[in-house]
Design a protein around this ligand. Structure first.
Ligand SMILES: Nc1nc2c(c(=O)[nH]1)N[C@H]1C(S)=C(S)[C@@H](COP(=O)(O)OP(=O)(O)OC[C@H]3O[C@@H](n4cnc5c(N)ncnc54)[C@H](O)[C@@H]3O)O[C@H]1N2
Ligand code: MOO
Length: 393
């Protein structure tokens, strides 16, 4: 059986970034840009007032005659002020070229059509100059950056509607098992059945990390159904995330079904708890993860293996959840010959505790956890020792 480090390295070596596509700016959140983006206009596009007040043309006196008003959105390019004149102006409105500065409304006294300035600011005060943020022709964002909400706002402000980015993968989630009933299907469980939970858990994990599952299907433990379902999913996706049916039982058909569909096995089984029977394979550039069905094993394998691969496909490099170290406040009594990922609570102040209920079938402790502790095989760390922590939130 291979180690977790070997599994990670094999997945990374099999993963290539997807091609560039042009996407609507509004749909580009979390994407990696593939080109430098040049500003097509100055920002601001004109000299703008930064305050509500009066734009004045300095005249040597503290009083000014008010000759008009400029609202945000008005074209003031033809507006002309002579020395000693002022125009009422609002935040964001165009400042006439003949104005020297903007006085805040708080710093003047209004008397009819005349204002007295109680505190004259320096020349140029309260004006956001044309192009002071960025000038037409300059680079607004660099190739290889990750689009965040501010990037989208900045580019929208520049009038940019489309962006060239690395395409995000099309992902299918497949759950397998005769025992599974969708909670949407029935309210009461027939004997021997359980409510299906891995697909909604995995699609939520994807969503929380900036990915979406395009297709989700449930397959019965039937060889033909599994083969057909996998064929369809392989045809329509870049990444398959399968849960269950990958162990050694008579009705675990996922391994055989993948082989039948031409998926090349890269590895099967990792020396870890939970998630020992993890399968990873490829078909061309498509990636196939068959996660063990036990829910905590499926989610752990998703975070450790699937997420960094999705990030690499999307142009970000093979990057997983952030890691740090913390001091244990509890001790582990039993060692394991496998590496372990333990559900844990990290207080974000340097200490971490191992939670009760570490079975790979249990999600209760995972739901309370905000971290996984990664332990080497055969280790029994004690209270006070430093351990590696993978942050879930
Ligand atoms: N003889 C052996 N048996 C098992 C071994 C082994 O080495 N030898 N490994 C065990 C380990 S470790 C794991 S993990 C499981 C993995 O088995 P499968 O991937 O084939 O998963 P299933 O048998 O289909 O399911 C396991 C468990 O999880 C529940 N499950 C499955 N899918 C879902 C779902 N979508 N939602 C909620 N729960 C699900 C399923 O009902 C089972 O209880 O194999 C061990 N066996
Ligand atoms: O690998 Mo399994 O997830 O330990 O139960």
């Amino acid at each position: 059986m291979i180690s977790t480090a070997e599994a990670i390295s094999l997945i990374s070596d099999s993963t290539r970034p997807l091609e560039a596509v042009t996407t609507a700016l509004s749909k580009s959140l979390g994407c990696i840009t593939t080109e430098d983006v040049t500003a097509k206009i100055d920002l601001p596009p004109f000299d703008q007032s930064a305050m509500d007040g009066y734009a004045i043309c300095l005249g040597g006196e503290d009083t000014y005659s008010v000759i008009g008003e400029i609202q945000a959105g008005d074209d003031a390019s033809e507006f002309s002020l002579s020395k000693g004149e002022a125009v009422k102006i609002f935040t964001g409105a165009m400042v006439p070229k003949t104005a020297d500065l903007v006085c805040r409304i708080e710093d003047i006294v209004e008397k009819g059509n005349v204002i007295s300035v109680t505190k004259t600011p320096t020349k140029g005060a309260n004006i956001r100059w044309q192009g002071e943020q960025i000038k037409k022709g300059e680079t607004s964002i660099l190739k290889g950056g990750k689009v965040n909400p501010a990037t989208i706002g900045f580019l929208a402000n520049l009038g940019i509607k489309d962006l060239s980015v690395v395409r995000k993968p099309i992902i299918s989630i497949i759950s397998t098992g005769n025992e599974l009933i969708s909670p949407d299907e029935l309210n009461t469980l027939p004997e021997g059945k359980i409510f299906e939970s891995n697909s909604v858990m995995l699609s939520s994990a994807l969503h929380s990390l900036g990915y979406e599952s395009r297709h989700s299907r449930h397959l019965q433990d039937d060889y033909n159904e599994v083969c057909k379902g996998l064929k369809k999913a392989l045809h329509e996706s870049d990444v398959l995330i399968i849960s269950g049916g990958i162990s050694v039982g008579d009705y675990d058909f996922v391994g055989k079904g993948l082989q039948e569909n031409g998926v090349k096995q890269v590895f099967y089984k990792v020396n870890q708890k939970p998630g020992k029977p993890l399968f990873f394979g490829t078909k061309g550039n498509k990636l196939v993860f068959a996660l063990p069905g036990n829910p905590a094993a499926a989610l752990t394998c998703f975070y450790i293996y699937v997420l960094p691969a999705l990030n690499k496909l999307s142009g970000q490099g093979f990057i997983g959840l952030p890691k740090s170290t913390s001091t244990l406040t509890t001790s582990l009594t039993k060692s394991n010959s496998r590496e372990q990922f333990l559900k844990a609570y990290d207080d974000n102040n340097g200490t971490v505790k191992i939670l009760e209920g570490q079975s790979s079938a249990m999600l209760k402790s995972f739901a309370e956890a905000n971290a996984l502790i990664h332990l080497p095989s055969h280790s029994t760390p004690q209270e006070g020792e430093t351990v590696e922590v993978i942050k879930l939130s």
